[in-house]
Design a binder for this molecule. Structure first.
Ligand code: CDP
Ligand code: MG
Length: 140
C-alpha cells in the first residue's frame, strides 16, 4: 500500500474538470483518503515547488498555481505513485500517451491540469506539506 499527493491545478478547476479527474482516479481503483480545495498563497506555491526554484519556468509556474483554486488530494493504493503518474501522462501533453489526463485535457506543458508526486520520498514530503495525519481517512 502506497500514498501519493494529487493536485487538480487551477486550469483544471477553471475548466470544471474536477469531476472528470476524480472519475478517472476512482475508475483506476485508487482511493481518495484526503481532499481539500485551496487558493494557494505565493509563499505556499513557492515552497511546494522549491526544487524547481532555479528553473526558468519557476515564476510563471508559481503565478499559474496561485491564479485560482486547486484541489489537493491524497490517493492510496498498491503502487499509487506510479499508477497516478501513468493516469496523468507526461508533463508535456504533446508527449503524453493517448487516454491520459494530460493528453486528453491539458493546454500546454505548464497548464497541464494535474500534479503527482514522482517518488516515495517526494510523496511523503508533499503529503505532509498539505495535510496533517488526522486529516487522512485511510482504510475505508
Ligand atoms: O508535473 P511533473 O512532475 O510532470 O513535471 P515537473 O518537471 O516536476 O514540473 C512541475 C511543473 O512545472 C509541471 O507540471 C508544469 O506545470 C511546470 N513546467 C513548466 O511550466 N515548464 C516546463 N518546461 C516544465 C514544467
Ligand atoms: Mg514533478
Amino acid at each position: 500500500m502506497e500514498r501519493t499527493l494529487a493536485i487538480i491545478k487551477p486550469d483544471g478547476t477553471a475548466a470544471r474538470l474536477i469531476g472528470e479527474v476524480i472519475r478517472r482516479i476512482e475508475d483506476e481503483g485508487l482511493v481518495i483518503v484526503a481532499m481539500r480545495m485551496e487558493l494557494l498563497s505565493e509563499r505556499k506555491a513557492e515552497g511546494f515547488y522549491f526544487v524547481h526554484r532555479h528553473k526558468p519556468f519557476f515564476h510563471s509556474l508559481v503565478k499559474f498555481m496561485t491564479s485560482g483554486p486547486v484541489v489537493l488530494m491524497v490517493l492510496e493504493g498498491d503502487n499509487a505513485i506510479s499508477r497516478w503518474r501513468t493516469l496523468m501522462g507526461a508533463t508535456d501533453p504533446r508527449k503524453a500517451d493517448a487516454g491520459t489526463i494530460r493528453r486528453d485535457l491539458a493546454t500546454d506543458i505548464e497548464r497541464n491540469v494535474v500534479h503527482g508526486s514522482d517518488g516515495p520520498d517526494t510523496a511523503v514530503y508533499e503529503i505532509n506539506y498539505f495535510f496533517k495525519g488526522d486529516e487522512l481517512c485511510s482504510g475505508y
